[in-house]
Design a binder for this molecule. Sequence first.
Ligand SMILES: Nc1ncnc2c1ncn2[C@@H]1O[C@H](COP(=O)(O)OP(=O)(O)OP(=O)(O)O)[C@@H](O)[C@H]1O
Ligand SMILES: Nc1ccn([C@@H]2O[C@H](COP(=O)(O)O)[C@@H](O)[C@H]2O)c(=O)n1
Length: 212
Amino acid sequence: MIIAVDGPAASGKGTLAAGLAQHYRLPCLDTGLLYRAVGRAVSGLEDAPDFEARAIAAAQNLKQDDIDPEALVSAGVGVLASKVAVIAGVRQALFDYQRDFAAQPGGAVLDGRDIGTVIAPHADVKLFIRTDSKVRMERRARQLEKRGEAVDRYALYHQIEERDARDMANPNGGFYKAEDAHLLDTTLLDIEASLRAAIAIVDGTMARKAGL
Ligand SMILES: Nc1ncnc2c1ncn2[C@@H]1O[C@H](COP(=O)(O)OP(=O)(O)OP(=O)(O)O)[C@@H](O)[C@H]1O
Ligand SMILES: Nc1ccn([C@@H]2O[C@H](COP(=O)(O)O)[C@@H](O)[C@H]2O)c(=O)n1
């Protein structure tokens, strides 16, 4: 079974994807980490004339060791990720890895922006996560504060909005709700309630597909 989980920054899609993967005993890929690793690799080079070429080279040469979630969690790396994510050559370089991950025997859970639309358009179940942007900002602020980072909530809110806008306008991306995706609004749901709702959608979809 392939489960696609898409949604905007800090909507909780990674938390949900990990919970679904554990529940259904499937491997899980946070595809945002790939873009974050590429962004981090070209950090400080945003104004270089060969920024795009460097980002593409970084994507082509990405190693497993570069995908260190702890080193990639910061809001700044998130912004860099969204800047390299608009480069067609970067997306192309990361495509096969994601497509192969989704196609492995037994299936997988992937979360990102274009899983249901581009990476795994034939996924068995697609979830599109929606969460109010102020709630997302607060969740991300608490996450960063737990790590000991000082957070300027005003700046974080605008950073998230800016990243969402860039992602939605990305001419090379696929960040929109697939027609057959289920919308799950987690604004008023805690982590457990969100996961319960997601599992109900997955079970219901699979049962319908099996004609039950
Ligand atoms: N339903 C929820 N209620 C409260 N907090 C939540 C909920 N879902 C996730 N969180 C928390 O919000 C923060 C962001 O969640 P998460 O990293 O899963 O979001 P994301 O959409 O994957 O973010 P990103 O796009 O940056 O990768 C985490 O600290 C997580 O524990
Ligand atoms: N499938 C994806 C996943 C991510 N991106 C870009 O990476 C940025 C960081 O992703 P997070 O999920 O960690 O927030 C995101 O803002 C996108 O620009 C993508 O394009 N496609």
